[in-house]
Ligand binder design. Structure first.
Ligand SMILES: Cc1ncc(COP(=O)(O)O)c(C=O)c1O
Length: 516
């Protein structure tokens, strides 16, 4: 086999056994040790300050320009840099071109600031480097994982003390599993339900992904009603249509969402549960986003019915404020996960209690340790404060949008996500009076304005909201572009949100008003 090409860096660093031992066992020397500690401190406390001082959300360097700077395809033969230099480069040259998701002005996506202790916890997980696929590489960590899974299971299902005593460390049963993310949770779920899945709302991306390992055409989207929740009438009709016209088709699962990606709405879980129970269909709730609302005594009722679900997805990297990425899947029945049990001779042997037996993932980091410690550091009340802040700030934001003449609130927040658009009051009134053709024309112009507005604000780089598109008025040809805000950063206040609206209004009035 031909040797692959390498490059010789312009340094006198060499890769040899002496240096290798230092990399594995201890920093090279006292100076290097001091530098590493200094940078750890910088990462913990200074990285976001550094970003705040030097860039807003992200620097205005174009993607094209950036990609032209990263075209090296040769690995260097000897080391190019010491770790301390690599860290300096990451902080000063790479981080500014990443996205400062911790900024309180970054309110467009479900990714935000995390408590600084998460960095400590993640560092410990990396340092221990346990592999939870099997006990031989994790021991107590697998046991802690079962415990923390039982804690979240209890928050969802609230079964009896005796139930949890029986299952918390039962090697033959499983209350849930950690996976990479909400999408993988859908994969795991889809693996159980591979005939027909009735997905709720317009093909949620994660169910679409789950469908990649089933058959996309087996996932049936159900219409939404005017409040962006699953249209129960259409769901019932779909079930009876399938039963009448395709009697051999088995409807294996119905998916309800607790905190929809685009609008944050929660489907009528109790009603869906009742339909599932009547037709003996598996009921899955995607609470990847909204699951943590259960922490809040004040707002947990918004998820009522979730305890009827046969399975539930929750993402740790969303409202549990964990670093990327940590998906979880919970099952009401502790034997449900037997359906995907698999064994191999080198791992997950028959009769073993390895956690890897009952998940689709193979090797896995010990995210459960991060979650378990985070629950201890925050307490349910700490999480509840975050949830309440998000929901209440979103409600205030909605009021602020309603009070401004140039904006239209499109989907009011049920949890902490809302959508709105630039649509001056006179146009809002006109849209209510005109016929379908004129309405579509007006919406198209407004769409161009809102699309440009979102881009201009993003490129200016000091604040960020996302945008998405909805079909409206039951008209397949009438789609509206909306701005989408997700309020999860505890530092995001109503006055920051007012500033974001001010900036948007100014962009509209100075640059885009002529388009409508
Ligand atoms: C409701 C919901 N479910 C599932 C997912 C997918 O999760 P992940 O990105 O962790 O795979 C998302 C992502 O935003 C979501 O909002």
């Amino acid at each position: 086999m031909a040797e692959y090409a390498t490059i010789q860096p312009k340094t006198d660093l060499v890769a040899d056994w002496e240096r290798l031992f230092k990399v594995f066992i201890r920093p090279e020397d006292d100076d290097c040790r001091a530098t590493l500690i200094k940078y750890m401190e910088r990462i913990l406390f200074g990285l976001h300050d550094f970003l705040k001082k030097n860039v807003g959300i992200t620097e205005a360097r174009s993607l094209k320009d950036l990609s032209e700077s990263f075209t090296d395809t040769l690995i260097s033969e000897n080391p190019e840099k010491k770790l301390a230099d690599v860290i300096t480069c990451l902080i000063k040259e790479i981080a500014p071109h990443a996205v400062n998701v911790a900024s309180p002005y970054f309110v467009g996506h479900m990714t935000s600031a995390i408590p600084f202790f998460m960095v400590h916890l993640k560092t410990i997980v990396a340092a221990l480097n346990q592999n939870v696929v099997k006990l031989e590489t994790s021991k107590v960590v697998s046991i802690i994982e079962k415990q923390v899974i039982a804690k979240i299971h209890r928050m969802i299902y609230d079964k009896t003390e005796a139930f949890y005593r029986e299952h918390v460390q039962n090697a033959d049963t499983s209350l849930g599993a950690f996976v990479e993310g909400g999408t993988t949770a859908a994969y795991d779920r889809a693996q159980h339900v591979s005939d027909v899945v009735v997905a709720l709302r317009d093909l949620l991306s994660s169910m679409g992904a789950g469908g990649r390992i089933t058959h996309q055409e087996d996932i049936l989207p159900i219409d939404l009603d005017a409040s962006n929740k699953i249209n129960i009438h259409h769901l019932k009709n779909t079930i009876s249509r399938l039963k009448t016209h395709s009697p051999r088709t088995c409807i294996l699962a119905i998916v309800g969402i607790a905190g929809a990606t685009e609008t944050g709405t929660v489907d009528p879980l109790e009603q869906i549960a009742e339909i599932c129970s009547r037709h003996k269909i598996h009921f899955h709730v995607d609470a990847a986003w909204g699951g943590a609302t259960l922490f809040s005594k004040k707002y947990r009722h918004l998820l009522s019915g979730i305890d009827f679900a046969d399975s539930v997805t929750i993402d740790g990297h969303k409202q549990f404020y964990m670093p990327m990425s940590c998906g979880m899947l919970y099952f009401k029945d502790p034997l449900s996960m037997d359906a995907i049990a698999y064994h191999a001779n080198y791992v997950n042997r028959w009769g073993s209690v390895d956690l890897g037996i009952k998940t689709l993932s193979g090797s896995r980091e010990a995210n459960s340790l991060v979650l378990d410690c985070a629950l201890k550091i925050m307490g349910a009340k700490g999480y509840s404060l975050l949830i309440d802040h998000g929901i209440e700030t979103a409600a205030d934001f909605a009021e602020e949008i309603r009070s401004r003449d140039n904006f239209q609130l499109v989907t009011p927040p049920e949890l902490n996500i809302l959508t709105y658009r630039i649509c001056p009051r006179n146009l809002q009134n006109r849209l209510m009076r005109v016929g379908a053709d004129e309405r579509r024309q007006i919406n198209q112009k407004l769409n161009a304005v809102n699309r440009d507005l979102q881009r201009i604000q993003r490129e200016a780089g000091s604040s960020f909201v996302s945008r998405t598109k909805f079909k409206v008025n039951n008209d397949p040809d009438d789609e509206i572009v909306v701005l989408r805000s997700v309020i999860m950063n505890p530092m995001t206040t109503i006055s920051i949100l007012r500033e974001i609206l001010d900036e948007q209004e100014e962009i509209f009035l100075k640059q885009l008003q002529h388009l409508i």
